[in-house]
Design a protein around this ligand. Structure first.
Ligand SMILES: Cc1cc2nc3c(=O)[nH]c(=O)nc-3n(C[C@H](O)[C@H](O)[C@H](O)COP(=O)(O)O)c2cc1C
Length: 335
């Protein structure tokens, strides 16, 4: 049974990846409902947090039902990271995660996120200081290396383990790859199987169904798996994957009727957690994905994307349920 920090999980935890502008409380609510075993907030800038930036503080909002849940922070300045770690601890997350993987230019080129893969002394200093001040276990998430010429994940894993990191998530791409190509799980498994590496290794990259999840555990031997993009517009991926891991069969994708119920609940939570009209605006991209591929849906989609009130959207969801609710996913998937 993997043990992550002081948390014991039943075998094979399936984890929701931290994703900026995605893993907010309403989305986490949906993923938890479908069985995500551990979840993470969007990354939070250490600078923003200590400057008291409203947007950053808002991201610290956690709810008891989502536990175990981790807060992820990033930054390139040891003082700011230490202070941010103290602030994050105040809301008592189950885990504090350090982002050493973000490939975005303005973050990585400043030396934060994946930029830290090119400055291991700084990574060491920041990790040690964060671990020292954190009352909750500290995890880290990183990539294989800066580029294919400088893959240093084994060295990084050793360093982070020595600093007191209790579990490491490895996204099987380099920074240079951004999100292109395929995740290379051979490197992940090398770290996992290295005799000096004792901490749980969470594998991440391209898991999008039960089969790829099972492969991660069976072939690559990781202690946990983390799912990112495949959960966007498909929070039920956690149900699908866990069903496969237990029974070895893929569940069918939800039919339209169920998608409407999921959209309704997500909308309610989005309105509950977000201020003003944001709860409605931010649901639009989820609607597009929830109802993607339904035949003859264009007109309804446009209405959904321009509706400006809860009542209007709810009426549209009623309409979808009545007119398309009989469709199974396979009826429209191949069109
Ligand atoms: C929209 C988006 C936002 C992301 N934001 C974060 C983030 O805040 N912190 C982080 O560690 N990784 C972030 N990632 C990377 C994911 O956590 C994950 O490592 C990556 O998508 C690979 O996993 P996947 O193939 O399952 O998507 C983000 C990815 C996407 C697509």
């Amino acid at each position: 049974m993997p043990i992550i920090g002081n948390l014991n999980f039943y075998d094979k935890p399936v984890i929701l990846a931290p994703m900026e502008d995605v893993t907010d409380p309403s989305f986490r609510f949906m993923c938890k409902k479908f069985g995500a075993d551990i979840m993470f907030t969007e990354f939070i800038s250490s600078d923003g947090l200590i400057r008291d930036a409203k947007k950053c503080l808002k991201k610290l909002e956690l709810f008891d039902y989502e536990r175990p849940v981790g807060i992820q922070i990033y930054g390139h300045m040891p003082d700011a990271m230490e202070k941010a770690a103290i602030l994050a601890n105040e809301v008592n997350p189950d885990l504090l995660d350090i982002n050493y993987g973000c490939p975005v230019k303005k973050i990585a080129n400043r030396g934060a996120g994946s930029g830290m893969l090119r400055n291991l002394p700084l990574m060491k200093e920041i990790t040690e200081r964060v671990v020292k001040v954190s009352k909750v276990p500290v995890t880290a998430k990183t990539r294989l290396g800066w580029d294919s010429e400088s893959i240093n994940i084994l060295e990084v894993a050793r360093l982070l383990q020595d600093c007191g990191i209790v579990a490491l998530t490895i996204h099987g791409r380099t920074r240079a790859q951004m999100y292109k190509g395929f995740a290379n799980w051979e490197h992940i498994t090398k770290v996992k199987n290295h005799p000096e590496i004792k901490i749980p290794i969470i594998g991440n990259g391209d898991i999008n169904d039960g089969k790829s999840a099972a492969l991660a555990f069976e072939k690559y031997g990781v202690d946990g798996i983390m799912i990112g993009r495949a959960a966007i517009g498909r929070p039920w991926i956690f149900r699908t994957v866990k069903h496969y891991l237990k029974n070895g069969t893929e569940l069918p994708e939800p039919d339209v009727f169920e998608r409407v119920q999921i959209a309704r609940e997500h909308l309610q939570k989005s309105i509950e957690f977000k201020e003003g009209m944001r709860g409605i605006y931010e649901m639009r991209r989820h609607f597009v994905l929830y109802f993607k591929g339904i035949p003859n849906f264009r007109e309804t989609k446009i209405k959904l994307l321009t509706a400006n009130s809860y009542e209007e959207i709810n009426a549209l969801l009623d309409f979808i349920e009545e007119n398309f609710g009989h469709l199974k996913f396979n009826d429209f998937k191949s069109e």
